[in-house]
Design a binder for this molecule. Structure first.
Ligand SMILES: *Cc1c(COP(=O)(O)O)cnc(C)c1O
Length: 408
């Protein structure tokens, strides 16, 4: 891993962004120039262990050799056709992704938000064509504290004021109920309900894990009430929790599963809706699409991602290393950590606010050579690449212990 020779320092590059780049993010003051596996290197050659992994877009680490090779090979042959024509990579991608997830059909898109929008459109179309909901009356039940992306429709049913304020008017047709509350969900479902849309684990909210039985309860409830269960596994899916999909922890098969982030191998944006023929089969030519969706480069990288997951190796690593993560965090409870939630290689860690905000702790971790990100207030999210070693993981937990117990 060699960083390119830079004519400007990290500090200069950060300053150069200020007048020309929209201020829709507040990044940690680190300027990454190269990366490999679980490590990134900044402009000055400092190395950091990546404990965020692109919010799970980098489940296989930076530049996994098999993924880079698949991308290189495809770059040399064919990159884009649009769906006006067939391309020779799409059939295999769809077949293997459907097989991996145990579903019938695949709708390829690019970003996570597009997969969510596609799921909403599919659910509404299904409600009109199959369930018989009167035109333009379909409703979708969602959970409070959700995160499903940034489009105007999606932020319209967010409960995060920062995400919503100033962006209305919003699309109607959504009902918000508390997460992890089956009775509230049941009360919100009626004859107009097309679907329930939830995250099996709420990532942005702080890795909120519902009670055992909640996902199975949502499945039972939606089946009994005659509406769809749409699971947003964009962050929780593809190995992160120790299973291919987080819903597998409860043996649940939703009608639609939304995938993104890691599906693009950290190389290109690739998302997809996978689900039953009954639902995905409602779309006819011209009713939905995307210029880049299912492009040959995305399909080649996506197929290579599926191939890695077919081995089961990454799911097993997440489960095994997850024990180390859990044990390490348990040791820190009462020593700067007030509580945490973890499943597989994914944790939301609540820091004692007296020690610092999540942002301050993230900055201190950065100075220790560990990159992580705060979510709300004093919560830090840990989601290392699934390729991280036990030793690297222990060292990251050691760094967290250091910043919490020794200050900085
Ligand atoms: C990141 C994320 C999205 C949005 O994905 P983008 O690719 O950023 O549009 C949607 N849902 C969940 C659960 C996510 O974590």
């Amino acid at each position: 891993m060699t960083a390119p020779a830079h004519t400007r320092s990290s500090a200069e590059l950060i300053r150069a962004e200020e007048p020309v780049l929209a201020h829709n993010y507040h990044p940690l003051p680190v300027v990454v120039a190269s990366a490999e596996g679980a490590w990134v290197e900044d402009v000055e050659g400092r190395r950091y262990l990546d404990m965020l992994a692109g919010y799970s877009a980098l489940n296989f680490g930076h530049r996994h050799p098999a993924l880079i090779e698949a991308a290189h090979r495809q770059l040399d042959r064919l990159t884009l056709t649009s769906r006006a024509f067939h391309n020779d990579r799409l059939a295999e991608f769809a077949e293997r992704l459907a097989e991996l997830t145990g579903h019938d059909m695949v709708l390829p898109m690019n970003t996570g938000a597009e997969a969510v929008e596609s799921g909403i459109k599919l659910a509404r179309k299904w409600a009109y064509d199959v369930k018989g909901v009167p035109a333009d009356r379909a409703t979708i039940v969602v959970a409070a504290d959700n995160f499903h992306g940034r489009t105007t429709t999606i932020v319209g049913f967010s409960t995060d004021e920062t995400a919503r304020t100033g962006f209305g008017p919003f699309a109607p047709g959504f009902r918000i109920v508390p997460y992890n509350d089956l009775a509230a969900m049941e009360a919100a479902i009626d004859d107009t309900t097309a679907a329930v849309l939830i995250e099996p684990i709420q990532g942005e909210a702080g890795v909120i894990i519902p009670d055992d039985g909640y996902l199975a309860g949502v499945r039972e409830l939606t089946r009994r009430k005659g509406c769809l269960f749409v699971a947003d596994e964009i962050q929780s899916g593809l190995g992160r929790t120790g299973r291919t999909l987080a819903v597998e922890h409860e043996g649940v098969v939703p009608d639609l599963v939304l995938l993104g982030k890691a599906l693009g191998g950290g190389i290109v944006p690739v998302s997809a809706v996978v689900g039953s023929r009954e639902v995905l089969g409602v779309l006819r030519p011209g009713e939905h699409g995307s210029t880049f969706g299912g492009n040959p480069l995305a399909a080649a990288v996506g197929t290579a991602v599926v191939e890695l997951l077919e081995t089961g190796e990454f799911q097993a690593r997440a489960a095994e290393l997850g024990v180390i993560l859990r044990d390490g965090l348990t040791e820190l409870v009462g020593r700067g950590v007030v509580g945490f939630r973890a499943r597989g290689l994914w944790a939301g860690v609540d820091i004692d606010p007296a020690i610092g905000t999540g942002r301050e702790i993230s900055e201190r971790l950065m100075r220790e050579g560990v990159l992580a990100k705060d979510t709300h207030g004093s919560t830090i999210r840990l989601a290392p690449p699934l390729t991280v070693t036990a030793e690297e993981l222990r060292s990251a937990i050691g760094s967290l212990e250091k910043v919490l117990t020794q200050g900085a």
